[in-house]
Ligand binder design. Structure first.
Ligand code: ATP
Ligand code: MG
Ligand code: MG
Ligand code: MG
Length: 564
């Protein structure tokens, strides 16, 4: 490819709207342009990077027995109603109607579609396990699309779904994907860390997030200072794990219900019909502290506001089981545009368990009658919701925890039977018994991975692509276009490199050498071959490595060998 033909509109200035490095550099280096908030066109070089990342992912999915398919982006509301998510997914779901007034959504994820597909085609244990994946655009109407490709409203994701006969099968599939993800991100040249994560709103058991470590990361990762221990968790999870085992299991049993159109905590409690005196504690989890004002407008006392990375919800700790039951029996509905996506509830005996675990005080079931939470125990001690910080003891080995910022580039998740049960996805086992598939889901943000790669690989001059995902490997730069001999030598090198399978561009623009060098550094080609008249007189060209600025003179007929 000739740079003179390439659509590569580099910019001198840092675009004002771009806060993080990857956003700035991908705009400046001419990799992408914005079409709408959180919606981008990827220009030729970006698309090459994406295709390379996709190819690595494909190879690793296929290696584990994954089969690639392509599912529709447009999904019928009926499937989402069956799974219960049409109402609880909230405003992040792009909803639309067809000309007949039927409801659809743009897929933010594909559990419903794939479960209904497999349900129709797979009905015997002999057909399991099954690993199906696709690489496709996803749509999420993020409240705050930002950081360029990092948090888009349209983005590319690889999503794989595993179907197994039983939990043991799921464990195998999960481990396969965990290994595949480790290989994918290693092959992309990234520094990353898998961390145990909070299953959040999706409701499942085991889950890991793959975090690319970078200052701009929106997530906080806590990991054990002792490398041998290996403990690492995202902050939400670390917080839960740091409490006692009983608290952890109690928190895992929290139930989530939807609250249609509710915008404040008061509206939520009213809708759910919770008597105020039954509420021991109110905690707001939010992805966005600024927006929390809208949720707590004119509200009852809020005990705590916590940053949470998956959804906005309010957790109510209720005083007795009856109240919890009456509330969870409430109809599930749609949370309005800036509304709360869910309410998490804790039953009284769980709270008592927590009291016992922490204070060793009250005996289970005995103390529930006439108990006055504020008088008989201090609810704030019951669940230690203080965020775990660097310096706290590791829950595994007691060493000091360290803190780092992370970008979530992938997540693996044991779904279990949630979707197969909801959508009636069953198979016949050896004994002819009908069983629900045991499922897992596994996502990688392809475009986010590209941005994360930039966050880890840049300097003041521009991007430094890891070779494995670089848009091109080499740029040949003739320092002057006027010198015919020099241009000819550059052309020869360019042709030889391409013929040898090295992806090479030639900067044949009639620009000054300095301009070409600056652009090459900004775009981030791993290797530059500079063809100048002085070197040429000695039969030599200069190899320049972008990463460490090392240069080396090589003889003309040795360029291909030296580059490879
Ligand atoms: P986040 O916590 O950042 O909102 P998520 O947990 O909602 O992400 P998943 O549902 O786990 O995302 O989707 C799988 C992967 O898709 C994520 O690990 C991430 O790499 C990518 N991803 C999710 N949301 C976006 C987005 N808005 N823009 C770009 N990539 C995204
Ligand atoms: Mg997340
Ligand atoms: Mg999200
Ligand atoms: Mg996730």
């Amino acid at each position: 490819m000739r740079v003179s033909n390439l659509l590569l509109p580099t910019l001198r200035e840092v675009p004002a709207e771009a806060e993080v490095i990857s956003h700035q550099l991908l705009l400046r280096a001419g990799f992408m342009r914005k079409a709408a908030a959180g919606v981008y066109t990827l220009l030729p070089l970006a698309w090459r990077v994406v295709r390379k990342i996709e190819q690595i992912i494909r190879e690793e999915m296929d290696r584990q027995g994954g089969q690639e398919i392509m599912m529709p982006i447009i999904q019928p509301a009926e499937l989402w109603q069956e799974s219960g998510r049409w109402d609880v997914y909230g405003p992040e779901l792009f909803r639309l109607k067809d000309r007949h007034g039927r409801d659809f959504c743009l897929g933010p994820t594909h559990e419903e579609i794939i479960t209904s597909l497999v349900k129709g085609e797979v009905n015997s244990y002999k057909q399991l396990p099954l690993l199906l994946y696709q690489i496709q655009n996803k749509y999420r109407d993020e409240r705050r699309p930002r950081f360029g490709l990092m948090r888009g409203r349209e983005f590319i994701m690889k999503d794989l779904y595993s179907f197994d006969r039983d939990q043991a099968g799921l464990d195998v599939s999960y481990n396969k994907m965990y290994d595949a993800y480790t290989r994918v991100f290693r092959r992309c040249g990234l520094q990353f860390r898998p961390v145990v994560a909070d299953s959040g709103a999706i409701g499942g058991s085991d889950t890991h997030e793959f975090m690319v470590l970078a200052e701009s990361g929106e997530a906080t990762v806590l990991y054990c200072g002792d490398e041998k221990c290996g403990y690492a968790a995202n902050q939400e999870r670390a917080e839960t794990v740091s409490a006692s085992g009983q608290i952890t299991s109690a928190l895992e049993q929290l139930q989530t219900v939807g609250t249609p159109g509710c915008r404040t905590v008061n509206e939520v409690t009213e809708f759910l019909n919770v008597p105020p005196e039954k509420i021991i504690k109110t905690v707001i989890y939010t992805t966005d502290k600024e927006n929390v004002a809208a949720m707590v407008r004119g509200d009852r006392e809020i005990n705590e506001i916590k940053l949470y990375n998956t959804l906005d919800c309010v957790r109510l700790d209720l005083a007795d089981e009856q109240t919890v039951q009456s509330v969870t029996g409430a109809p599930v509905g749609y949370a309005g545009p800036v509304g709360l996506s869910g309410v998490r509830l804790v039953a009284d005996h769980e709270i008592m368990n927590m009291v016992n675990a922490v204070c060793g005080a009250n005996e289970k079931d005995k103390h529930l009658v006439n108990v006055n939470p504020k008088r008989d125990f201090k609810p704030d001690i019951i669940i230690d919701l203080r965020l775990v910080k660097a310096g706290d003891p590791c829950p595994h080995c007691g060493s000091e925890l360290q803190e780092a910022r992370g970008i979530e580039v992938g997540q693996v998740f044991k779904l279990g039977t949630k979707y197969s049960k909801a959508l009636g996805g069953t198979f016949l086992d050896e004994n002819g018994k009908s069983m629900p598939y045991v499922m897992g889901c596994y996502g990688i943000g392809v475009t986010r991975t590209m941005a994360a790669a930039v966050e880890q690989n840049y300097d003041e001059r521009g991007i430094i692509w890891p070779v494995q995902i670089a848009p091109y490997h080499v740029i040949v730069v003739p320092v002057s276009n006027k010198d015919q001999k020099l241009m000819q030598a550059a052309e020869t090198i360019y042709n030889d490199l391409n013929a040898a399978g090295v992806e090479t561009v030639i900067d044949d623009r009639p620009e000054r050498a300095g301009v070409k060098f600056n652009d090459a550094d900004l775009v981030g080609y791993p290797v530059r071959v500079t063809v100048g008249s002085k070197g040429l007189a000695n039969g030599q060209v200069e190899l320049y490595l972008r990463r460490n600025s090392e240069t080396e003179l090589v003889s003309l007929n040795n360029v291909v060998c030296a580059v490879k």
